[in-house]
Ligand binder design. Sequence first.
Ligand code: IMP
Ligand code: MG
Length: 215
Amino acid sequence: MASYLEIADDSKGHELDLFCVPKHYEEDLDSVIIPNGLIKDRTERLARDIVRDMGGHHIVALCVLKGGYKFFADLMDYIKTLNQNIDKSLPLTVDFIRLKSYSNDQSTNCVKVIGGDELSALTGKNVLIVEDIVETGKTMETLLKLLNECQPKMVKVASLLVKRTPRSSGYRPDYIGFEVPDKFLVGYALDYNEYFRDLSHICILSDQAKEKYKV
Ligand code: IMP
Ligand code: MG
């Protein structure tokens, strides 16, 4: 079982005033639940675990857009730094896929691939899928099913966050940054209807903001 840093259900997070958040979002957030520095520190350790397990093989890191792009970029940077300093380095290429499953703050049953590289390029490859958050698990289960049709040699999944929710299918990624309470989270590329990607910390979205940015 993958280890993770647990953020407790009763964690209120940190007051917004203690951190720098963009002026345009000050009214929309309840608190900072994972500060940017802590995200980076945990990501650095995940990079070490991934290189330990997969080092010596060529891997294709597959970024799930758009929410995964910050975690992907930081994770790749840490892997690159490790690669420069160890014997059993991990040769890397990158691929991108764009999925959509969310409307407002509800995960939908319909997961769509709406762009990115062709999955058929991954036949026979060792693939590391890099995702922002697993909630019900449906997005990842759908992607894994699609990917397996292309017969990759091996597939591992790294997700920065896993939500503790009764809606979970039970799916667990191979690498997990944090396990988080069942709240809607934004920032560090996680969005609500495309807003809040331009926020460095992971924050709890307020109920008023869900109304304000509803589509
Ligand atoms: P799942 O299919 O229910 O596991 O949902 C996974 C996808 O929903 C993630 O890749 C995110 O794009 C989105 N998502 C789920 N929870 C959140 C959240 O709290 N904030 C932002 N996006 C979320
Ligand atoms: Mg996502």
